[in-house]
Design a protein around this ligand. Sequence first.
Ligand code: ADP
Ligand code: AMP
Length: 213
Amino acid sequence: MKIIMLGAPGAGKGTQAKKIAEKYGIPHISTGDIFRANIKNETELGKKAKEYMDQGLLVPDELTCDLVTDRIKNDDCKNGFILDGFPRTIPQAEALTKALEKMGQKMDFAIDVDVPDSAIIERMSGRRACLKCGATYHIVTIPPKQEGICDNCGAELVQRDDDKPETVQKRLTVYHDQTQPLIDYYKNEGILKTVDGTKDFEDVFTAITEILS
Ligand code: ADP
Ligand code: AMP
C-alpha cells in the first residue's frame, strides 16, 4: 500500500501517518523528520535546509526530490510506504510519479487531512515534539502522561522553532500557494480521499483505515 498524506502544516498528518505505518507494517517517510535529523547531526544538507525551515519556507525541490525518490527504492518499501510532508509542490509530485513509473508502480491513495486555518494555528502552537524519537504531542488535545516528557523514550519535549507564531502564518501562506494545488493534482489522478481532520485523533484514524481497507 503506497499512501501520501496531504494537508496543511499541523493538520495531523504525522500523528496519523505514524499509526498507519504501525498498523500496516510499512515505513513512515517524513521529509520534515529527515531534515530535522540532518539539522541535529549538523550535516551539509541540514545546514542548507535550516535556512529555509526557520523562515517557514519550503526547502528547494532539488534538495528534496532525490531524498525521497532514492528512499522509496529501499527494500523495506517493497510492500508500500506512507509519505508525510512530501510531495509539497507540483514539481515534487511529478518527480514522484516519474520515479514510480520507472519502477512500474504508482501511488494508491492521497489522503487529504482537511483542517481550517483557524484550527491549524491552535494545533501548531500547542505542538510539542520529541527530538530523540520523533513522537509528537499537543499540550491540550494529545498531552504526554508527564508534562514535558516523551511517553516513548523519556526525553524532554520541545516546541519546534518553526512552530513559533511568527513562522506559522508564513507556513500557512506557503501551504496555500504551493502545496494546496496538489489536491487537484491527485484528484485528477483519481486517488484523492478527504477526511475531516478536525475530529478527534481516533475518529480521524478510523476514517483513514476505512478508506484503506
Ligand atoms: P502535521 O504532521 O500535519 O504537521 P501533527 O501530526 O504534528 O501535524 O499534528 C499537529 C498538532 O496537532 C500536534 O500537536 C498533534 O498532537 C495535534 N493533533 C494531531 N491530530 C489531532 C486531532 N485529531 N485532534 C487534536 N489535535 C491533534
Ligand atoms: P514538516 O515536519 O512536514 O512540518 O516540515 C517542516 C519543514 O521542513 C517545512 O516547513 C519545510 O521547510 C521543510 N520541508 C519538509 N518537507 C518538505 C518538502 N517536501 N519540500 C520542501 N520543504 C519541506
